[in-house]
Design a protein around this ligand. Structure first.
Ligand SMILES: C[C@H](O)CC(=O)SCCNC(=O)CCNC(=O)[C@H](O)C(C)(C)COP(=O)(O)OP(=O)(O)OC[C@H]1O[C@@H](n2cnc3c(N)ncnc32)[C@H](O)[C@@H]1OP(=O)(O)O
Length: 724
């Protein structure tokens, strides 16, 4: 069966309307592209056609080339794509080179290949809210249907580079100001306006412009070279491990220096090369994994519709509570913020205001919008108004008995349908809900700090949480633009549990002789935003010790207990907040290594009874990365085996969005599979013999290694069973 098609309809005015049809986003599958060419051929053949309009069905022009075809192409299965052929034969020769003019009528979105098709038309009419962009770099590739050549010629080099390198679409209104589109009209008038424009071109009343031949927007060569040099430096600085942004700049440069046809050829070769790169495979995996997090077997396949959440109550206006309140009011949810006294309440309300004010300062929010948004927030000191809320999110300090009391109160004051959510990051939800009857309404809403900025929302369900409550929270999560990941209940849930060995292995290596800063350097070079020691400083040693003790209680057989942090806390070094941790900090939060930490390390080593180990001291960066991350992978396999996460791709997204694992490595489990279960198992076994049970491979890992299975293969392929 064909995957998508186009339809052609010729009107009495002599305009052929070609509509791209491939729901939900009219992606350009190979069948669609073939059909587009056939429709063009028909329009060019027919004498009753004077001009052509291309549009997309259902209010969306096109979301670009069909990304779901990438996997097959990369594995050499199914129909192979020849992007160069499509770019030259269909887009350049058939569309742009046609002897009849065509106009793109853009509503909704024109992204990637979609915008490339539109740029090959001789004019573009758009609605003001349509999104136009070339986001291919977010998939590890570059535009492959001529976008690297046409966009700079339509909007200038500097803007085109920004749009491609940042993968950031612009709205129709801005596209019009830049000259990417020729007119903005209301959605209802779009096709008629495009028809009239196309006829005007055919009658030479409007210019017949081929984007590829335009030169007026291109900067003079000297200036262009400067822009390209600057862009290269920025790309290297922002993502030192990535090749494709630099390739994109090279391809654009080829077009500027040697002309658009040379540029098109280089684009085609580079696209082909990048399509098969590990970076592209990883980023395409991330694209689909992110969209799969909201598909939860046994929850989202029951036909349940989310209930309307009209008002949300938040307990606690600290850093987390105020961040959550900010996220909610920004998406138009009325919020009641409860604190225990006037002083704390004012502090919480001020924090929300400051979060919004920083948007005003950055120019992304007007003062008027700030006032309107803030009016959705009400501060209270008692539970009186909680009888009108549909969801509460508790965000007080991590104290079990306090939380138990709060939930007992909430059960009394909130209506019986109200969702009872807690933002705890580690405490077992069954413990929190121990004293109440409505345990089916208890759910975890674990936000990451700062809650109004970080994209992940870990939704924690217990065995008793009703699917309806999870569906409700998933809906709120999506509405506040978070990526929700649904996980089971255990100490640390999925993200923090997977990552507790991250700091512990780093501490183990230091106790065995490795330099703190060498570890952080190796880990940031690998692509993490910061190494384990810089992260510990940021989080604060108080939190690190409190959560560390929870893991020690829950998983004593596989925790590494270093004395280094407690020794430093004894000396009043508690991380960035005290300006002294593993690093020292100046007033501008700049971290510098501190030679003083040597004395704490020596004390920690002597308490651990470990002497510097020459083998550890000469570890390469690759070995350091593996000794830090293989224990993380090991814990991830336990999380999978216990059914805490239902699919490995959820852990990939959780590791990327919760911990900053580099997306271009596909997430923790995807990366581990690229190395192989057997390799990881062998290394962990060897380290277990030398350094103890902290490294002991899980049964899941051992089984997959023995059977030659990937870690992400579904449980049905091995005998491991999910327990949720
Ligand atoms: C040669 C060319 O230069 C190469 C290319 O064109 S590569 C493609 C470039 N285009 C892109 O990167 C755009 C990718 N898509 C998106 O950013 C977003 O999906 C969007 C802005 C189009 C729509 O967002 P939104 O409305 O939130 O819906 P979203 O859930 O993301 O997508 C809806 C469905 O369409 C699918 N989809 C979106 N874009 C797709 C594409 N280009 N190919 C195949 N499927 C696509 C999604 O996987 C999802 O499927 P599902 O319902 O089965 O999970």
């Amino acid at each position: 069966m064909a995957k998508g098609r186009t339809e052609i309809e010729v009107g009495a005015d002599g305009v052929a309307l070609i509509t791209i049809i491939n729901p939900p986003v009219n992606s350009l599958a190979l069948d669609v592209l073939r059909s587009l060419k056939e429709s063009y051929d028909e329009a060019l053949r027919r004498d009753d056609v004077k001009a052509i309009v291309v549009t997309g069905a259902g209010g969306r022009f096109s979301g670009g080339f069909d990304i779901s075809a990438f996997g097959g192409i990369q594995e050499g299965k199914g129909e192979q794509v020849n992007a160069g052929h499509i770019s030259i034969d269909i887009v350049t020769n058939t569309l742009e080179g046609a002897r009849k003019p065509s106009v793109a009528a853009i509503d909704g979105l024109a992204l990637g290949g979609g915008l490339e098709v539109a740029m090959a038309c001789h004019a573009r009419i758009s609605t003001s809210n349509a999104q136009l962009g070339l986001p291919e770099l977010q998939l590890g590739i570059i535009p492959g249907f001529g976008g690297t050549q046409r966009l700079p010629r339509l909007v200038g080099l500097a803007k085109a580079l920004e749009m491609m390198l940042m993968s950031k679409p612009i709205k129709g209104k801005e596209a019009h100001e830049l000259g990417l589109v020729d007119a903005i009209v209301q959605p209802g008038e779009l096709v008629d306006a495009a028809r009239a424009w196309a006829l005007d071109i055919a009658a030479f009343r409007k210019p017949w412009i081929k984007s590829l031949h335009k030169t007026d927007k291109l900067e003079p060569l000297g200036e262009a070279r400067e822009i390209l040099t600057f862009a290269r430096a920025q790309a290297r600085k922002q993502a030192a491990n990535l090749q494709h942004p630099l390739v994109c700049i090279d391809v654009i440069e080829e077009g500027v220096v040697s002309g658009p046809y040379a540029g098109l050829l280089k684009e085609a070769q580079s696209f082909e090369m990048l399509l098969h790169s590990d970076t592209c495979k990883s980023l395409v995996h991330v694209f689909f994994a992110q969209r799969a997090t909201t598909k939860v077997p046994g929850i989202t396949d029951l036909g349940l519709m989310p209930r309307k959440i009209k008002k949300v109550g938040i307990l606690g206006g600290g850093l987390m509570g105020s961040g959550i309140a900010t996220a909610l009011i920004l998406s138009n949810y009325p919020v009641i913020l409860k604190e225990v006294n006037e002083k704390f309440l004012k502090g919480g309300m001020d924090r929300v205001k400051a979060n919004l004010q920083s948007r005003v300062k950055k120019g992304t929010m007007t003062q008027e919008k700030l006032e309107k948004t803030l009016s959705l927030l009400t501060g209270v000191l008692d539970y009186e108004s909680f009888k009108g809320v549909d969801m509460v999110i508790e965000a007080v300090i991590e104290n079990v008995s306090l939380k138990q009391q709060i939930f007992a109160d909430l059960e009394k004051f909130c209506p019986p349908h109200c969702v009872l959510a807690t933002n705890t990051s580690t405490i077992d939800l069954n413990l929190i809900g121990e004293k109440i009857k409505s345990q089916d309404r208890i759910v975890g809403a674990h936000f990451f700090s700062p809650a109004h900025i970080m994209p992940l929302l870990e939704i924690v369900r217990t065995h008793k949480t009703s699917p309806q409550v999870v569906v409700d929270l998933l809906d709120v999560g999506k509405k506040i633009r978070k990526t929700p990941v649904v996980v089971g209940n255990c100490t640390g849930f999925a993200v923090n549990r997977m990552f507790f060995p991250y700091t512990q292995s780093a501490l183990l290596l230091v106790d065995h002789g490795l330099d703190v800063y060498k570890i952080d350097r190796a880990i940031t070079k690998f692509g993490m935003p910061m190494g384990p020691f810089r992260l510990a400083d940021l989080v604060g040693f108080g939190v690190a010790l409190a959560t560390g003790s929870q893991y020690l209680q829950s998983f004593p057989e596989r925790c590494y207990k270093s004395m280094l942090i407690p020794i430093m806390v004894d000396d009043k070094r508690a991380g960035e907040a005290t300006r002294k941790g593993f690093y020292i900090y100046d007033g501008k939060r700049k971290a510098s290594p501190d030679p003083e930490i040597k004395k704490y390390i020596e004390k920690s080593r002597s308490m651990a009874g470990s002497a510097p180990d020459p083998e550890i001291m000469k570890l390469s960066d690759k070995d350091i990365v593996e000794m830090i991350f293989f224990p993380v992978v090991n814990e991830a396999t336990r999380v999978l085996d216990e059914g805490i996460a239902v699919k490995s791709s959820d852990l990939d997204i959780a590791s990327i969005m919760g911990m900053g694992f580099p997306a271009y490595r596909g997430g923790v489990v995807f990366w581990a599979d690229s190395l192989g279960a057997n390799y990881i198992h062998t290394r962990l076994e060897a380290w277990t013999k030398k350094y103890g049970n902290f490294f002991k491979p899980s049964a899941y890992l051992a089984e997959r290694a023995a059977k030659g299975l990937s870690l992400s293969a579904p449980a049905s392929q091995s005998k491991s069973k999910s327990r949720l």
